[in-house]
Write a protein of this length. Structure first.
Lengths: 294, 315
């Protein structure tokens, strides 16, 4: 069977790969959007946190025999704790000044993280074995579905919609949304806003780390993996607009799929397709697909 | 002594040092490279310091001109001066395209968009046939300026680069002090107010963006002539970050700041390169963090603030 002259298996394979990438875009842009909403900081270090999530899993496996499933829990906690420290010691001082400083500070932090890991592990990629339970593939009749990739998409969707539910449908989430609108007023109602801000950054860092662990078995783990990804995620965020949680998730998945399909039909453009779409969206609808004009 | 007179003296001293540099044994290639980055940082500062726009992808234009000039001089056989002009215009043209898209959003989004567009340009260079991909464009000849002056001599080329630097510097001083520059500052201070005063801010911002990208390109063109090659690292996002750091460290929104910042960072990298390996990145990152948290005015900004305080204390 063929679609536009492309074998169906190859087509669906790239589609799935696109969906996997899209899951990472969704997880990261979600964290970026939540952090930006409450802290007003564009967290360039999000890529570095994602990278560190993958490294924690890899170091855990290599040196302590930590299983993949344990890494999925430990890595976000370790990286989240690091996020906590970063927020308390550095970001806290920037809330009252121009947001570009937040971007520059977190950029500096990424350089530090990348430099240290490059010194320790070099630039060549590390491999992380697919956990035993998810090895192999399932034959669906019309395509061979690699189990691990299916798991990445499933797990990301669960985490994304869990986060959405937490923010949009719970009491804690309503505090968070109120804090985004007007922190001073929320504080006056007795909510501990600085604590909330701190935990939000830690949670965002944890989300990035989860993405890192999920990505570890399907990519080469390198110190630069985060920065290369975060720039694409910035474009995703510009396309989606940072106003809506669901918007971030959908935009991330959609762009992953588009990127995957570009790989099938015109591979040379697959690296730049997201940026081209960003340019087009900015021309047609500057506030982004789900953003609100201010 | 007034700040203005002090400033003028500082300029004279600086210029004398730069003119004397080749004769006191400073490594000419290093000095030329630093001057190129000083041009780059000054161009960037026109945008960040005087217009309030953070372009986070300025390496794209330096890289575009570096490749443009390299290709024109090496493959098309143009003379160095035409090659530099061609490369600069090429960078300004890309700047115009990116600027048209990026000025549609303000503030932090502007930074994200320029970064993303620069990454796109980077991927184009990575795949384009004439850039030599990962190897870069090698063996670009320096040639003869106006067909007369042989640039193969490092000292001769140094004075050409110095002349270009001084010209760019004076050009930027002129822009900032012109009525146009005053409007740019008004946009930086309060964009909605500038709009309400009837200024078409998008047009002003776009022109500032194109000027800045063109001058960044000029730095890249000169760099290709000096080093004889253009590589992907000229267009990489880490260079875009470095130029921000140079400007911030020296003092954004000051004339001398970016120059001092560029010399400091290039000198530091040169000094550390063989000594600490990949810790250079860590140190650069740490300087970034310290600058943002505790040193936002930069060297020159702090100096000016100190001078102001001292004068205010006088009876």
């Amino acid at each position: 069977m063929e679609i536009f002259g492309i074998p169906l298996q190859a087509f669906l394979g790239q589609l799935l790969l696109g969906l996997v990438n899209g899951s990472f875009y969704a997880l990261l842009s979600l964290g970026l959007a939540v952090i930006f909403g409450l802290l007003g900081i564009v967290n360039f270090a999000h890529g570095a946190l994602y990278m560190m999530g993958a490294y924690v899993a890899w170091i855990g496996l290599e040196h302590f025999g930590m299983s993949y499933w344990l890494a999925l829990v430990v890595s976000p906690i370790v990286v989240g704790a690091l996020g906590l420290v970063i927020e308390r010691t550095l970001l806290k001082q920037l809330y009252k000044i121009d947001p570009i400083y937040g971007l520059l500070l977190t950029f500096g932090l990424s350089l530090i993280a990348e430099g240290i890991l490059r010194d320790q592990f070099g630039v060549s990629g590390q491999q992380y074995a697919v956990p035993e339970l998810l090895q192999g593939a399932t034959n669906l009749g019309f395509m061979i579905l690699p189990n691990y990739r299916a798991w990445v998409v499933f797990a990301s969707l669960v985490v994304c919609f869990g986060t959405w539910f937490l923010i949009e449908r719970t009491r804690l989430g309503s505090y968070l949304r109120a804090g985004t609108e007007n922190p001073a007023l929320v504080q006056a109602f007795g909510v501990n806003v600085p604590l909330m801000v701190m935990l939000t950054y830690a949670a965002g860092a944890g989300l990035a780390a989860i993405a890192g662990v999920l990505a570890a078995p399907v990519i080469q783990i390198t110190p630069l993996m985060g920065s290369n990804l975060i720039i694409v995620v910035f474009a995703v965020v510009v396309i989606g607009g940072m106003g809506s949680i669901l918007g971030s998730i959908l935009t991330g998945l959609m762009l992953g799929i588009i990127e995957g399909l570009t790989k099938v039909f015109y591979p040379e453009a697959s690296n730049i397709v997201v940026f081209v779409i960003m340019a087009i969206v900015l021309i047609i609808r500057p506030a982004g697909l789900f953003g609100k004009e201010k | 002594m007034t700040t203005e007179r002090l400033g003028r003296i500082a300029w004279m001293v600086g210029l004398v040092i730069l003119i004397a540099a080749p004769f006191v044994g400073l490594y000419p290639i290093f000095m030329m490279k630093a001057l190129c980055f000083a041009i780059f940082a000054c161009a960037f500062n026109l945008l960040l310091g005087y217009t309030g726009l953070l372009s986070f992808g300025h390496a794209a234009y330096l890289g575009a001109a570096a490749y443009g000039t390299g290709w024109l001089v090496k493959s098309a056989g143009w003379s160095p001066e035409l090659g530099v002009i061609g490369g600069t215009l090429f960078a300004a043209a890309i700047g115009l395209l990116v600027g048209l898209i990026a000025i549609r959003r303000q503030g932090i989004y502007f930074a994200m968009i320029t970064l993303a567009m620069a990454q796109m340009v980077y991927f184009v260079w990575l795949q384009a046939p004439f850039t030599g991909g990962e190897d870069g464009l090698q063996g670009v000849p320096r040639g003869k300026l106006f067909g007369l002056i042989d640039l193969a001599n490092d000292t001769v080329l140094y004075f050409v680069v110095l002349a270009v630097f001084v010209a760019v510097f004076l050009f930027i001083v002129r822009i900032v002090h012109s009525p146009y520059g005053q409007v740019l500052k008004a946009i930086r201070e309060n964009e909605p107010r500038a709009v309400s005063l009837g200024y078409d801010v998008d047009k002003y911002k776009l022109l500032a963006f194109v000027l800045s990208t063109g001058l960044a390109g000029l730095a890249g063109s000169m760099k290709t002539l000096i080093l004889g090659f253009a590589t992907l690292s000229d267009a990489h996002w880490s260079l875009s970050g470095e130029v921000v750091l140079m400007t911030l460290l020296g003092g954004m929104g000051t004339f001398a700041g970016p120059v001092i910042g560029a010399f400091t960072i290039i000198g530091l990298q040169n000094f550390l390169a063989d000594r600490v390996g990949s810790w250079v990145t860590v140190i650069i990152g740490a300087i970034f963090v310290v600058c943002v948290v505790a040193f936002r005015r930069g060297f020159v900004g702090e100096l000016l603030a100190w001078q102001k305080r001292r004068q205010a204390d006088k009876p």
